[in-house]
Design a protein around this ligand. Structure first.
Ligand code: SAM
Length: 279
């Protein structure tokens, strides 16, 4: 939907992540045209409506909302303008909406979006880290094992990594990331578009030390750079991973898994697997 006119359908509308002036004219116009706003928290969206001088019917929506609620919303899309907003930023980005958009698309119902603020992309662009390939991985798990497993899973990826984190847990995550990913360059982007906006850059270890005794306040995005060329895995590490994978996988699957883990070409790893199987 190009939204030259606001016809019935579902609209995913991005709202500010701090500074209300970031609400686009089109976002305001779409909210003004809404027959119904789907919201996370009506108190939060109520403040945005007050800022716009609008009053609109609001209904809470979460992806764990009942199927019957979703059906009722879908039934409205043929002749009503239904606008999905989250408390801040772009809906569906670690926020509700995926199941609704999926269901609307599956039925061929009209879905449009008004793009705008989103903390991960703003943090990425401010980080000074490579932007050509990046992976947004949502909130870092709070449990030690789950956190380490996530970093292990992403270790071989040749991409900048973007996460949400909280102040009290930041130092622990920086230390865990340094241990699994190596001491990569990183950025901590805090309170974006707000009065105390700050972007701190340094290596994971430097940032870990900086925040160890003074957890930062406010909302945080952690951006971690890709592995450097000089950190390419050594042959012994690749061979050890191949031997371990071959214990439970076929040569082809083992090559695929090891290639993914180390960010290598599958054919190169497969040749190495064959050498090890033959020797
Ligand atoms: N959908 C939102 C978006 O597009 O930005 C993200 C929602 S997620 C539930 C909330 C998390 O986003 C926060 O815990 C924080 O990690 C990050 N965040 C949101 N606003 C932020 C801001 N102004 N500065 C830094 N991080 C922010």
């Amino acid at each position: 939907m190009k939204n030259l006119e606001i016809s019935p359908g579902l609209y995913i509308v991005a709202t500010p992540i701090g500074n209300l002036s970031d609400l686009s004219a089109r976002a305001g116009a779409t909210i003004a045209a809404a027959d119904l706003l789907l919201v996370e928290d009506s108190r939060v969206t109520g403040k945005l409506l007050a800022h716009l001088g609008l009053k609109k019917p609001m209904r809470p929506y979460h992806d764990h909302s009942k199927e019957a609620d979703r059906e009722a919303i879908l039934a409205m899309l043929a002749d009503k303008v239904v606008v999905l907003v989250s408390d801040a930023g772009t809906p569906l980005i670690s926020d509700p909406g995926y199941k609704l958009v999926h269901a609307a698309r599956a039925r061929g119902l009209p879905v449009g979006a008004v793009p705008g603020p989103s903390a991960p992309t703003m943090a990425l662009t401010l980080s000074g880290l490579p932007t050509d390939r990046y992976l947004f991985a949502g909130f870092i798990p709070s449990k030690d094992k789950a956190r380490a497993d996530l970093f292990e899973e992403l270790a071989g990826l040749r991409a900048t990594l973007v996460f949400f984190e909280t102040g009290p847990r930041l130092a622990k995550s920086l230390a865990a990331a340094a241990e699994v990913l190596g001491n990569r360059p990183a950025a901590v982007a805090r309170e974006l578009t707000k009065m105390f906006e700050e972007v701190a850059t340094g290596t994971l270890e430097e940032l870990g030390q900086r925040y160890a005794d003074t957890p930062p306040k406010g909302e945080i995005v952690l951006v971690i750079g890709p592995p450097g060329e000089d950190e390419a895995p050594d042959d012994a590490a690749i061979d050890a991973a191949i031997d371990e994978a071959l214990e439970s996988l076929s040569p082809s699957r083992a090559a695929k898994e090891v290639a993914t883990r180390f960010g290598l070409k599958k054919n190169d790893v497969y040749a190495r697997v064959q050498q090890r199987v033959a020797s």
